[in-house]
Write a protein that binds this ligand. Structure first.
Ligand SMILES: [Zn+2]
Length: 306
């Protein structure tokens, strides 16, 4: 018996290593843009490994499908992007080399534009004029309500991929939504005075923000999304603004500054750079700070000049 106990004693550590261990593998999330990487981190916590394919200083319409992106996409369990053709120039190339797990129609393929209400959807799709928004405006993350909607879809997809942690993802989404609802009500009250204010934008990057806050998009510096400003377009916009002035001219950090500075010089309307996503500036360190910063810069909060 004693010999048997010694035998068991020697065997037990081995048995411990043979016993099935709880799954420690993280879900690899490939996020096309920083806002979705941030959302994936909010919902997935320590159960996910998140990779952002683009930085805040890049224009997600125009990215090169580098070999490093292809190799990240190959390892991904879940793809989270804006969709609606925002990534049309590079994502299809990555998907050609990626596994069936993240192909369109699979649980690991989530496009934000497929789960939110799209704005500026054209009646007829026409790419011939160079419009980079042929399926509607893809910059959906700048309405925080959309972040909650995409967050819910994301929690479902993560549960589908990693069912052991379903309750974790559900709880994360509930917690995120509750913090977001509180923040939204604060932002809406801070931005109440912005309602109805006319805005000119460089590219239609802020359509969802403008719609959410009840501001009015009265002009764009690009004659069509993706077509650089032309002299004739700017001159006709200037004429319109002389009759009906705008309150502010907005561009993202990746938009060129010449057209908005020119128009600002001619009209006296202030031209500002608004952070477009998480990491666009030092202050916009997460999704909540991003909207804090945007509303402060628009003049919605009392301490916006600080
Ligand atoms: Zn765009």
């Amino acid at each position: 018996m004693k010999r048997f106990l010694i035998f068991l004693y020697l065997l037990l550590p081995g048995l411990f290593f043979l016993a099935p261990a709880p799954s420690l593998a993280k879900v690899n999330v490939f996020a096309c843009e920083p806002e979705w990487a941030s959302l994936a981190q909010e919902i997935g916590g320590d159960k996910v490994e998140v990779f952002a394919a683009t930085s805040a200083m890049q224009d997600p319409h125009y990215i090169r499908a580098r070999p490093s992106l292809i190799s990240k996409a190959r390892r991904a369990d879940l793809l989270l992007c804006s969709g609606a053709s925002l990534e049309i120039g590079w994502l299809p190339i990555l998907l050609q080399k990626a596994s069936s797990d993240i192909q369109p129609g699979s649980v690991g393929y989530l496009m934000a534009a497929d789960v939110v209400t799209m704005l500026e959807v054209p009646v007829v799709v026409d790419r011939s004029m160079g419009d980079v928004h042929p399926e509607g405006n893809p910059h959906v993350h700048l309405n925080p309500h959309n972040l909650m909607t995409v967050g819910e879809a994301l929690a479902d997809r993560l549960s589908g991929i990693d069912s052991e942690n379903t309750s974790f993802y559900k709880h994360s989404h509930r917690d995120f939504s509750s913090r977001m609802r509180k923040a939204i009500s604060r932002w809406e009250s801070e931005a109440a005075a912005l309602k109805g204010k006319p805005v000119v934008v460089h590219h239609k990057s802020f359509t969802y923000l403008i719609d959410w806050l009840g501001m009015k998009q009265v002009g764009t510096l690009e004659p069509k999304p993706g077509i650089p400003p032309t002299t004739s377009h700017l001159k006709s916009l200037l004429l319109e603004l002389r009759t009906a002035p705008a309150d502010v001219i907005i561009r993202t950090p990746s938009d060129p500054d010449d057209a908005s500075e020119w128009l600002s010089g001619k009209t006296g309307t202030r031209a500002i750079v608004l952070p477009y996503t998480v990491g666009s500036d030092k202050q916009s360190s997460d999704l909540f700070a991003l909207f804090d910063r945007i509303i402060a810069l628009l003049g919605g909060s009392r301490n916006f000049r600080q």
